[in-house]
Structures are given as C-alpha cells and as structure tokens.
Design a protein around this ligand. Structure first.
Ligand SMILES: O=P(O)(O)OC[C@H]1O[C@](O)(COP(=O)(O)O)[C@@H](O)[C@@H]1O
Length: 352
C-alpha cells in the first residue's frame, strides 16, 4: 500500500489532538481551551445521538421504541424512558450542564434561555460561551439537517461576570463553530487561524479532521434566501436578487438553493461558494437571525475562510450588540458576491 495513503488512514487527527497542537503554539496556554472544547464536543455528540435515536413521522428512524411516541422528531423520547422532552429543550440542558461542568466558563447565553446563565463561583473559568443548541428546530420533523452554533469569548479581566462580557463585537470572539446533524455529523471550527471541518466517526466516537483548511471560493454560483419575503425587501436586496437571476453583464444566472436551516445553508455556502442572505424586510426591520449565536459565529467562520459578512450597514463582526438576543440582517459568503451587495447598499446610502 502507498505509504502516504496508509498514514492518512492510520494517523488520525482528532479534534482534541488538533486543538492541543494549536494551543501548544501559545506557551502561556494552560489547556483550558482544550478542556472547554472537549465539553462542547461532548454536547454535540449527545445531540447527534439524540437526533438519530429520536422517533420521527417516517418509520425509518431506527430506535423508535417509545410507547408514548408522538410520531414527531421534535418531541422525542429522551434517554432512559424519562418524560418526553422537546429535542431543543433537551439539547439546551445538555449544553448548559456540559459547559458549567467544564469548570472553564463564567457566563453562558443560549437561544433557549431568556436570561444569561451566570456560572456559580466554585465552577467558574474565564470563557464566555454564546450558543444556539439546536438551530433550525422548526425543520426537525421533516429530517432536514439542523445544527448547534457556538461562539467563545474570553472574559476581559477578573471581575464578577456580567452581560458586558458577552455584549462584545464578534471580532473579539476567540473561536466559533457549528456542528451539523445531517447524513453525517460534521463539526466546523475556527480558533482564529483558518477553518477546519471534522466528521464524527461513529465507530470511534471521535471527530476526525476531514476538511482541513476550508477556503470559500472567491465567487459562487448559488444564492440562498427565503424568496417568500421578497415583496417586503428593501431596494438593494431586491436589486441584488434580480441581478442573481437575470445578470445583465453576460455572466450566468446564479441558482437559488434555500433549505431554511441556517447551519445547512451556511455549510453549503462555505464549501461550494455563493451567498446566504437573511435581510431586513418591512415586517422584520432587524431581520430574523440573532447576532450573538447565529450572525457572529457564522460571520467569524466566513471571514476565516476568506469570505465576508455584512449587515447592510457594516462589517458584521464590528457590530456591538446591546441585548443578548438582538437580531441583525446578514449577507455572508464568497468575497466577490458580498462585495456586490455592499456596493448596492453603498449606492443606496449615497442617494439618501
Ligand atoms: O423560515 P425562514 O424565515 O426562512 O427562516 C429560516 C431561518 O430560521 C432558522 O431556522 C432559525 O429559526 P429557529 O430559531 O426558529 O429555528 C435558521 O436556521 C434559518 O436560517
């Protein structure tokens, strides 16, 4: 057998090994980040397993044994026959417990909880984690890929943790990522030095590096937006989508691909290129997606992969959120595609 191919198969780069390697470049590192990430990875493995075990309306879900089966994946039977819990509620509990028990966090913001969780002093560390434990949960019952999104900040100095520790611009994040629960379970991570993708090998129970150094194509052929909202879009968004469909410069039209599950739409955008848009519209002037745990982590990954992320007014990662569940319009993806939408908004601003 070819020596290099053999090494590729046997010299496994697990996510822990990868992060340990990265951290060893910082001599002051005490391994805290690796421990935190291991707890996030544990949460992802749990949710992946819960999504796979849960019963669904199609009888194809293998472990549907619940006698109280609702027939819905979103209300699966939880582990060991406990009372039925919605999958997003269960995922939230798992992540909160995993993060607190890491002993490395001080404040947590979850999409599921109105208030931030301040970790009790005896279990505190220096990291602040913002996350959506199960994004796209409205898609669960039809088996569409869904995911967990997370971003990590470091507390500025030693003080009692408070909301200011997470109300920081996205550019201050130390790391961000998502885990997609689809035909395979893929964790995409950036610690600020590029983007890497790891796939869960179920037989090993380990995430293995399968997509090293992901770079988004400079320009793409796909646009991704909910066109059901088109009648309420502002001028620049409407013009941009028109341009995608009917380009006047002789280039080919872009194809529309919209799943309606952010992790899946962004994952495709990252790998194939193109642009993902969730703009403001007349009904939702701030758009739909949440700044801290949707817009920021995905924007961080896009920039790290060579793309861009824009809110319609500014670079997304420069935004300073005032509330933990704040929303923002977002346009993210290939560098050239985002340049085009930036130009349209700049032209509109000039007119005003
Ligand atoms: O259905 P719409 O309005 O196109 O929204 C789709 C977006 O909403 C989300 O599902 C988030 O909404 P939920 O938090 O209600 O799941 C994203 O994953 C996705 O990008």
């Amino acid at each position: 057998m070819d020596h290099a191919a053999d090494a590729h198969r046997t010299d496994l780069m697990t996510i822990t090994r990868y992060v340990l390697n990265e951290q060893s470049r910082h001599p002051e590192s005490r391994g805290d980040f690796t421990i935190l990430l291991n707890h996030i990875v544990l949460g992802c493995k749990f949710v992946c397993s819960a999504v796979n075990k849960a019963c669904g309306s199609s009888k194809t879900h293998r472990s549907c044994r619940g006698d109280k089966c609702s027939g819905k994946l979103s209300t699966c039977v939880s582990i060991k026959g406990e009372e039925q819990k919605k999958l997003d509620v269960l995922s939230n509990e798992v992540f909160i417990k995993a993060l607190v028990s890491s002993g490395r966090t001080c404040i947590l913001v979850s999409e599921e909880d109105e208030e931030a969780t301040i970790v009790e002093p005896s279990r505190r560390g220096r990291y602040c984690v913002v996350f959506d434990p199960l994004d796209g949960s409205s898609n669960i019952d039809c088996g569409v890929s869904i995911g967990t999104i997370f971003g990590i900040y470091m507390m500025k100095d030693d003080h009692e943790p408070n909301l200011d520790d997470v109300l920081q611009p996205g550019k201050n994040m130390l790391a961000a990522g998502y885990c997609m629960y689809g035909s395979s379970c893929t964790l995409v991570l950036s610690t600020g030095a590029g983007v890497n993708g790891f796939t869960l090998d179920p037989s090993l129970g380990e995430f293995i590096l399968t997509h090293p150094d992901i770079k988004i194509p400079k320009k793409g052929k796909i646009y991704s937006v909910n066109e059901g909202n088109a009648k309420n879009w502002d001028g620049p968004t409407a013009k941009y989508v028109e341009k995608c469909k009917y380009p006047k410069d002789g280039s080919s039209a872009k194809s529309l691909r919209y799943i309606g599950s952010m992790v899946a739409d962004v994952h495709r955008t990252l790998l194939y290129g193109g642009i993902f848009l969730y703009p403001a519209d007349k009904k939702s002037p701030s758009g739909k997606l949440r700044v801290l745990y949707e817009v920021f982590p995905m924007s961080f990954l896009m920039e790290q992969a060579g793309g861009q992320a824009f809110t319609g007014k500014q670079r997304a990662l420069d935004l300073v959120p005032k509330k933990i569940h704040e929303r923002s319009p977002i346009f993210l993806g290939s560098y050239d595609d985002v340049e085009e939408i930036k130009a349209l908004y700049a032209a509109e601003e000039k007119k005003e």
